[in-house]
Design a protein around this ligand. Structure first.
Ligand code: AMP
Length: 582
């Protein structure tokens, strides 16, 4: 997908801010060692993200500073200082220790957006264990695939969500305990022998914990991400990822001591950890964390109430706000807001122009992915924004557009978006899949899986995915995962899944299905199949459209041709069909 750049006169706010230092010049003198000197480190060259994000503030001048403003879905609010978070995360590290968790063990999080996720996740990092966040919309199959893949030992969840885990618990022999966070006693259910009450365990735990020594290269967090083939793969990051997150939170999000910052991403995804936790807290900036669902009024209320100064969100949300209209924005006092950024999907120029009108500010697009751990290409506050462009590679990043033989292409040509390894927040491997990890590196480049082009000013323009992965509302969905869930439905014989362009969500998941003998297509069956995938896999990944076909087009070797289905759906040329089955 390529965006038209509108031939509009450039508003003043799209132009580079004249008084800010030019980061482009900083590229020439850039060194990761210099960035490292801005962090506090631990004896023996050790580095721990929890120390950088919490402990060093809690033991210094920011100890009484509010680190977290939480607002629950029922309007209940809580605040936490850095000192309180240190105490709580130390306790949680002790809870895990008592349960026999050791350095390197995998501890997973399947929670709503509640403050305990911060406490538990940073406690996990203090122990040197590997944190695995899950999106709360996942169904039992998605949970099982991830936990089984890396033999997770502990899962922290809530009374509302644990039922989905119970369904697959027998497939997870390595999972020893569920820690249940019954926030506000929302749902009192008796605990099973392997379940532990979070609040009781926290009360009993000591608040004295000495950080397990972790080297910069020790694993810190694992985020599962979807590819074209196979089940999602666990991209593993190291403690030293904090260098990249710190740098970009400072210069791309432009965070400073007095800011109040809101990242709307869920902690189940990489944006929700890299920039919903690590980047801002490495600078000591307070976060707003909102549990409630999306609504234009609800979101503006949060911006107003907490006097948010820097806001990081995503194109689908911006498009939904656009739909709600500009008038509603005017009902709120958003005068504290001074910087806005967006990530996860292409940001249409229309959304940028609307933002300019509605807020008097420009959404600054930036590009990165689970594997990169931090932003790589961005529109900095110091740069002229070109609506529709992801921006320019950051200091410390070498990006290029490559041809199919992995050689750099000249400006203007479309090709594979690639990065020069290696940077501190680059993923270290895919859990259990070193072969897939190796396949992402060619000719000295890391292949991102995206297609892009550059212009003569060095700006990068997103063109599309180089593979079949679907980006729906900023969430990557692998067609294989959805197809696997579909064919488990008793009526489905074969299934193929594509991304269909959608005005609001960028893409939606569309499935083509052929039925087993004895079943006939009907609206009811369609609903039933949709519901089945929604419940088993994830609420964001089910096919919003299903087309029933007598059979699906296949190659002579029996592979379903998604490409052909997509071309037919979009009315595009069908390309080479010589391998198509007769
Ligand atoms: P994830 O790994 O789930 O964070 O998804 C990363 C993918 O989302 C990238 O590889 C892109 O395909 C897409 N993406 C992220 N940011 C942008 C952006 N600013 N413009 C276009 N696509 C983006």
């Amino acid at each position: 997908m390529e965006f038209k750049v509108y031939a509009k006169p450039e508003p003043a706010s799209f132009r580079k801010h004249p008084n800010l230092p030019d980061l482009e010049k900083a590229r020439a003198h850039f060194s990761w060692d210099d960035v490292g000197r801005e962090l506090s480190w631990l004896p023996g060259g050790n580095l721990n993200m929890a120390h950088e994000c919490i402990d060093r503030h809690a033991t210094g001048t920011r100890r009484g500073k509010i680190a977290l403003y939480w607002e629950g879905r029922d309007g209940h609010t809580e605040t936490y200082t850095f000192a309180e978070l240190k105490n709580l995360s130390d306790r949680f590290a002790n809870v895990l220790k008592v349960l026999g968790v050791r350095k390197g063990d995998r501890v997973f999080f399947f929670l709503e957006r509640i403050p305990e996720i911060f406490v538990a996740l940073f406690g996990t990092l203090k122990l040197g264990a590997v944190a695995g966040p899950l999106f709360s919309a996942f169904g039992p199959d998605a949970i099982r695939d991830r936990l089984a893949d890396c033999n997770a030992k502990i899962l922290i969840t809530s009374p509302e969500l644990r039922g989905r885990v119970e369904e697959v618990k027998s497939d997870l022999p390595a999972l020893e305990h569920l820690i249940i966070v019954d926030k506000g006693g929302r749902e009192a259910t008796p605990l099973k022998h392997y379940e532990i009450d979070y609040f009781r365990a926290m009360e009993a735990a000591s608040d004295h914990f000495v950080l397990e020594p972790t080297s910069p290269d020790d694993f810190s967090i694992i985020h599962y991400t979807s590819g074209t083939t196979g089940k999602p793969k666990g991209a593993v990051h190291r403690h030293k990822a904090i260098l990249g997150q710190y740098l970009t939170a400072r210069h791309v999000l432009d965070l400073h001591e007095d800011d109040v910052y809101w990242c709307t991403a869920d902690p189940g995804w990489v944006t929700g950890t890299s920039y919903g936790m690590f980047g801002p807290w490495s600078i000591g900036v307070p976060l707003v964390f909102f549990e409630g669902p999306f609504s234009a009024e609800g979101w503006y209320k949060i911006l107003e109430k907490y006097k948010v100064t820097v806001w990081y969100t995503a194109p689908t949300a911006i498009r939904m706000l656009m739909k709600a209209g500009e008038e509603i924005v005017k009902k709120f006092d958003l005068s504290a807001l001074r910087h806005m950024a967006s990530v996860g999907e292409p940001l249409n120029p229309e959304a940028i122009y609307w933002g300019e009108k509605a807020f008097g500010l420009v959404f600054h697009d930036n590009w990165w992915q689970t594997e990169t751990g931090c932003m790589q290409i961005a529109n900095l506050p110091t740069m002229t924004v070109k609506a529709g462009s992801m921006g320019r590679p950051l200091p410390g990043v070498t990006a290029a557009v490559l041809d199919d033989r992995f050689n750099p292409l000249p400006n203007g040509s479309e090709g594979l978006l690639a990065l020069k390894p290696e940077w501190p927040s680059q993923f270290r491997t895919y859990w259990n899949r070193p072969d897939v990890y190796d396949s992402r590196f060619k000719n000295g480049w890391y292949l991102t899986g995206d297609r892009a082009r550059t212009d003569t000013d060095g700006y990068f323009w997103f063109v599309g995915r180089a593979d079949d992965v679907i980006n729906t509302a900023g969430h990557l969905v692998g067609p294989f995962e959805v197809e696997s869930a579909l064919i488990e439905h008793p009526a489905v014989a074969e299934a193929a899944v594509i991304g269909k362009p959608d005005e609001e969500r960028g893409e939606i998941v569309k499935a083509f299905v052929s039925l087993r003998a004895g079943f006939t297509a009907s609206e009811e069956l369609e609903k039933d199949i949709k519901n089945y995938v929604r419940k088993r896999l994830a609420a964001h990944a089910y096919p919003r459209e299903i087309a029933f076909l007598p059979s699906l087009p296949k190659t002579r070797s029996g592979k379903i041709m998604r490409r052909l289905l997509k071309a037919r759906e979009l009315g595009l040329p069908e390309g080479d069909t010589s391998t198509l089955e007769d």
